[in-house]
Design a protein around this ligand. Structure first.
Ligand SMILES: [Zn+2]
Ligand SMILES: [Zn+2]
Length: 175
């Protein structure tokens, strides 16, 4: 096991969850939140918390925390499984930023997303609003299910690719 894959200690998990205490509606206990982060690396939890702190007003429910963890799942731990040989080796020239000759590399393996909407996380983020968000410009604009007039917001939804996404299915099988 790689050192980076070591699960976070309870103190580390607590410290990450405590970062969300700046959000509204802090719950009286975080037992369930702690339980949901068990077995995750400190780095992974930190990324999920970063995302939650920057996108939500309210302290997440345990389910929302799990969604954030899914969304920010580290890709590197799947790299050996998900990297697939390219159809034909590709040669890529990388120019030197300092005006030198640069380097030429031959790529024989490449990363493929089976689904570009969720990048194979199973969760896709959207922006519900009249136009693209300036703050979250990477989100696709799509109306949520709420038909009443409401303020624009970000939302995460289970990507419909799940049952047909080979990468997600392979991960489930491995879990
Ligand atoms: Zn998808
Ligand atoms: Zn909406």
């Amino acid at each position: 096991m790689n050192l980076l894959d070591t699960p976070a200690t309870e103190a580390e998990r607590e410290a990450q969850i405590a970062r969300m205490c700046t959000l509204r509606n802090v719950p009286t206990d975080i037992v369930e939140h702690l339980r949901q982060t068990e077995g995750r690396t400190a780095d992974h939890i930190a990324r999920a918390v970063d995302w939650l702190v920057s996108t939500s007003k309210f302290f997440p429910t345990p389910a929302e925390l799990v969604q954030a963890l899914e969304k920010t799942r580290p890709r590197t731990s799947f790299a050996s499984k998900d990297l697939q040989p390219t159809k034909a080796p590709k040669t890529v020239h990388i120019p030197s930023p300092f005006g030198g000759p640069g380097i030429t590399v031959t790529i024989t393996k490449d990363w493929y997303d089976d689904c570009t909407a969720c990048e194979d996380t199973g969760w896709a983020g959207y922006w519900c609003g009249p136009k693209e968000s300036e703050q979250y410009s990477w989100l696709t604009v799509r109306r949520c299910g709420n038909t009443r007039e409401h303020a624009e917001h970000e939302y995460v939804t289970k990507c419909p690719c799940g049952p047909t996404n080979a990468t997600i299915q392979r991960r489930r099988g491995a879990a």
